[in-house]
Design a protein around this ligand. Structure first.
Ligand code: COA
Length: 159
């Protein structure tokens, strides 16, 4: 079941993010601080942490928020599925959930960014299959030789 994460999920969410191996230790600490801020019970925030909760086990996570200084452009900053459960449609369901969520909040554009290296070829294919267009490349963004590829999807107006 896809649901909004709460403060109680913090430790499990961080463990999931650590297990996917995308983040070095210093970035994980930063991620943890961001989560804690947005998952505060009384946080009034347009930063959405979503989890796929399978009988109490968090098996996937997505983090989406508006791009600052834009009107209706959002960014899917993070999406990850537990490695033993990939390729079964969970990631696609999560993206569709995110699209509905942000469209309902007035988004017209959803961006997602990833690295241009061969290890992320499947990830880039995943976004393309979900209807995202490869819009821009910033060469050497993440590190020298590691480009950032920006994907863009125009969202239908929420009815
Ligand atoms: C990218 C990711 C979120 C996709 O979620 P998923 O549940 O595996 O994807 P789905 O089952 O909905 O869709 C499957 C498609 O995603 C692609 N895909 C991307 N990474 C994959 C992986 N590690 N394993 C299997 N499929 C993957 C496949 O090409 C597949 O298409 P195909 O079945 O036609 O080959 C997930 O694989 C993941 O967490 N990867 C590691 C973290 C990551 O790269 N996140 C994005 C950072 S920018």
């Amino acid at each position: 079941m896809i649901r909004r994460a709460s403060n109680d999920d913090l430790a499990a969410l961080l463990a999931l993010c650590e297990s996917i191996g995308l983040f070095p230790a210093d970035e994980l600490a930063e991620l943890g601080a961001m989560m804690a801020e947005h998952l505060e019970p009384d946080a009034i925030s347009d930063h959405h942490w979503l989890v796929d909760d399978e009988d109490g086990d968090l098996v996937a996570v997505a983090y989406v928020a508006p791009e600052r200084l834009t009107n209706g452009t959002w960014n899917l900053f993070l999406i990850a599925v537990r490695d033993d459960l990939r390729g079964r449609g969970r990631g696609s369901s999560l993206v569709r959930h995110v699209e509905r969520l942000v469209a309902g909040r007035g988004a017209h554009l959803l961006l997602v960014e990833t690295a241009g290296v061969p290890e992320f070829e499947k990830t880039r294919g995943f976004y393309a299959r979900l209807g995202f267009d490869r819009e821009a490349i910033i060469r050497d963004f993440y590190a020298d030789g590691v480009d950032k590829v920006v994907f863009r999807k125009r969202l239908a107006e929420a009815g």
